[in-house]
Structures are given as structure tokens and as C-alpha cells.
Design a protein around this ligand. Structure first.
Ligand code: ZN
Length: 409
């Protein structure tokens, strides 16, 4: 078995589910079980400055060349999603996949079917690793960890390959949005980095949404319905007016690609007071600003019509599109593209309709696009990963390192 698959199978059986409710770092102690193992393995590989800090595992492979080569970072996260159990993961190997339904669990009759997931048909004849239907797999992001570790192992076994400084980090709590909170960019020591946390073979991402949340509060006035004429102000009905004024074609269910949206994800209220909870998402700075303006303007318009002060809107920025931080160093994307092509992987560059830790890190001074791991159907029982895609990921990581070393003299 190749090193990357062997590592992957060892890492996924360690339960590292993170927890949104927890205020500690890491959010769950069990993530440290994997952190300690990785710390040990990095030391065994002979990396330097191996340490665990605030739940983050760091290590450095020093340059073996006198050339001036940029220090490249590779980052993956250790936790798995709170959305689905990561306890007692029992990975199953499907050799030489025949394109038919895969019975994940005979007792519960759980089936992974190309009728539901047609991308399975891209992997006929390949080896897949699936769950047993009762847990997630944790390829998100233990595949990324295994791929980075396997690349490091290869470099330490092949000292004849010339390379610059390679910095690696394994972070906790990515799935609860706190993966970059305690990241030590200065101590990490890389000029730029890649998260290895994407999906299918070839994915390469360096653009993500600009994001804000908006809370719209609507004040009403409750009066006995029998004597309410010209007195009652029903906050629920006013809230409906607000909802109706936002463009109905700009919601998550009606947009894709580079299109932005307003997403109403929760309503709470009664006649007296109703609150609307929105998120705003947009790739472009100017239209992102316009969306925020629109939300304020609609409130203003309805205040003019219904009485001043009934509508208030509170907008809070959440994260930004990393593109502006990547563009000045676009060679890191181009190099990743070139590396993929060199090992026979077609790069698939798509915008991320969400955020990543890489986006946060990019704004913390470490430009960090995202590379594929090879996995599919993250955060649930149908998660699977083709083994050859993991091997390709290792090749891509090594090729990026090699291309940067070749570049300089
Ligand atoms: Zn992930």
C-alpha cells in the first residue's frame, strides 16, 4: 500500500469532530489525539521546529539548496464536521469499481449509487475508499493531511531532490470557522501557502465570496385584534414587505458561479417585533457594497411609508474575497496549474461559493489558495475518495516544490 493511503486509513479512525458550542482551543480535546500523532510523525521524518501551539501542529523541512527559493507552506485541517458523526469510522476499500451501486451497509441498506452521485462513474476501474454508512469518512481533511505527510516522507527519502524551505501546519477547528484564529503566520515562516482542502481531482481555488450578515429588526404595535383598526402595526406583515422588496432571483437557490445573493435563513417574531436574519454573499467589491446599501435603502423606504424607526438594519462583515491578496502573487496559482498539468491532472479553477481558512490567512499576510484532496460528498455518510486522486495530490505537492526550486538560480 502506498504511504498516502496507509496514512489516510490510520488518520480517519481517530475521531476529531469539532464543536461549535465550545469556547476552548481546540474546541474538542480529541483533536489533540491526532495532533500528538502528527507531531510524533513529523519528528520521525526529521522535520525541524516541530511543535503544537494552540492546537496547531507546525513543522519545517529546511532547504537543501543554496539557491534563493521561496519558503512554501502546505496546510490541512485535523477536525471533521460537527454535521455528522466521526466516531468509529470504518473505511471500506472498493477495488476496481464496476460502476454499480455500492452497498455501504447491508443492515441499514445504505447504498452509494451513481444514480444519486453520477461522478462515481468517473472512477470505474479505480479503487475507492468509502464509509460504512454510519459515519462520515473524514477525507475532509485527513486526505489533505495524508497527502502533505506522504509528500514530506518522499522528500526526506529522496535528498537528491532540490528544494527550498517547506513549512507544514495542521490546524484544528476549520469546520467551526475558527481554524485561522490562532494561526501563527510569522512563526510558520512561509512566503505563501496552499491549503490542501479542496474536493475533486484538479480543483484549484483562489477566489471566494465577500461575506456579511444582516439583522433586520421590525417593530410593531400589538393591540387586541377586535379593536385594532388604525392602531395595530403587525411586525410580521411588515417583515413580509421587506422580504418582498429584495430581488427574488438573487437567492442561493437561483444563483451559481460568480452570482451573488441575499439569503434569508431565519425569521423569529410576532406582531410586536419580528427579526429577519440574512447573509449577503458576493464576489465583487462594488456589487457587495451595493447589496449592503440595498438592504439599508429598503428599510429606509419602508420607514418613510410606515413610520420612522420601525425598521432597523445591522450589517456585520464576516470575511473577504482572497482574490485581491492572491492577484499580486498570482504565480502561486500559475505554478499550481503548471504542476497539475505536469503530472497529468487537468486544473479545474472555480470560485468558492463560501469562505475558507485560506481566505482568512491571505488577509493575515499569508496568501493561501486551495488545492484538491480528491474527495467527494463531504460532511456525510456518502463521502468517498478515489485512491489514485490522493496519489495525484502527492505528486502535485511535490511538483510545486520542484518547480519553485527549478525557477531560481
Ligand atoms: Zn475541509
Amino acid at each position: 500500500m502506498s504511504s498516502v493511503i496507509d496514512r489516510f486509513l490510520r488518520y480517519v479512525v481517530i475521531d476529531t469532530q469539532s464543536n461549535e458550542e465550545s469556547q476552548t482551543t481546540p474546541s474538542t480535546d480529541k483533536q489533540l489525539n491526532l495532533a500528538w500523532l502528527l507531531e510524533q510523525e513529523l519528528k520521525e521524518l526529521g522535520l525541524q521546529n516541530v511543535r503544537i501551539q494552540e492546537g496547531n501542529v507546525y513543522g519545517t523541512l529546511p532547504a537543501n539548496s543554496a539557491k534563493t527559493i521561496p519558503a512554501i507552506g502546505f496546510i490541512a485541517h485535523m477536525d471533521t464536521s460537527p454535521d455528522f458523526s466521526g466516531e468509529h469510522v470504518k473505511p471500506q476499500r472498493i477495488e476496481n469499481y464496476d460502476g454499480k451501486d455500492i452497498l455501504l451497509n447491508p443492515e441499514q441498506n445504505l447504498v452509494l449509487s451513481p444514480a444519486d452521485f453520477p461522478e462515481l462513474l468517473d472512477y470505474i476501474g479505480k479503487t475507492l475508499i468509502t464509509t460504512d454508512g454510519t459515519t462520515l469518512l473524514g477525507a475532509d481533511d485527513k486526505a489533505g493531511i495524508a497527502e502533505i505527510m506522504a509528500a514530506l516522507e518522499y522528500l526526506t527519502k529522496h535528498p537528491e531532490i532540490e528544494h527550498g524551505k517547506v513549512c507544514v501546519a495542521f490546524t484544528p477547528d476549520e469546520e467551526v470557522g475558527r481554524g485561522a484564529d490562532q494561526f501563527d503566520v510569522a512563526g510558520f515562516g512561509a512566503d505563501f501557502a496552499y491549503t490542501v482542502d479542496g474536493g475533486a481531482l484538479g480543483e484549484l481555488e483562489y477566489e471566494n465570496f465577500n461575506a456579511a450578515k444582516a439583522i433586520v429588526k421590525v417593530k410593531g404595535r400589538n393591540v387586541h385584534p377586535g379593536t385594532a383598526k388604525n392602531k395595530m402595526i403587525n411586525a410580521i406583515l411588515l417583515a413580509n414587505d421587506y422580504i418582498a422588496k429584495l430581488p427574488p432571483q438573487e437567492t442561493p437557490a437561483t444563483t451559481e458561479g460568480y452570482e451573488g445573493f441575499y439569503h434569508l435563513h431565519d425569521i423569529q417574531g410576532d406582531v410586536e417585533e419580528t427579526t429577519l436574519y440574512y447573509i449577503i454573499r458576493d464576489f465583487y467589491e462594488d456589487s457587495f457594497a451595493k447589496r449592503k446599501e440595498t438592504m439599508l435603502n429598503v428599510a429606509e423606504e419602508l420607514n418613510q411609508k410606515n413610520g420612522l424607526g420601525l425598521f432597523t438594519v445591522e450589517i456585520t462583515d464576516q470575511y473577504q474575497n482572497m482574490k485581491e491578496k492572491i492577484q499580486p502573487v498570482i504565480h502561486i496559482v500559475e505554478k499550481a496549474q503548471a504542476a497539475m498539468e505536469a503530472v497529468g491532472v487537468k486544473p479545474l479553477i472555480n470560485p468558492i461559493r463560501g469562505g475558507t481558512d485560506g481566505a482568512r490567512l491571505s488577509f493575515m499576510g499569508l496568501p493561501t489558495p486551495n488545492l484538491f484532496t480528491g474527495g467527494h460528498n463531504y460532511h456525510g455518510r456518502y463521502e468517498f475518495i478515489p485512491t489514485f486522486a490522493m496519489e495525484k495530490s502527492v505528486e502535485v505537492i511535490l511538483k510545486i516544490i520542484e518547480l519553485y526550486a527549478e525557477d531560481r538560480s
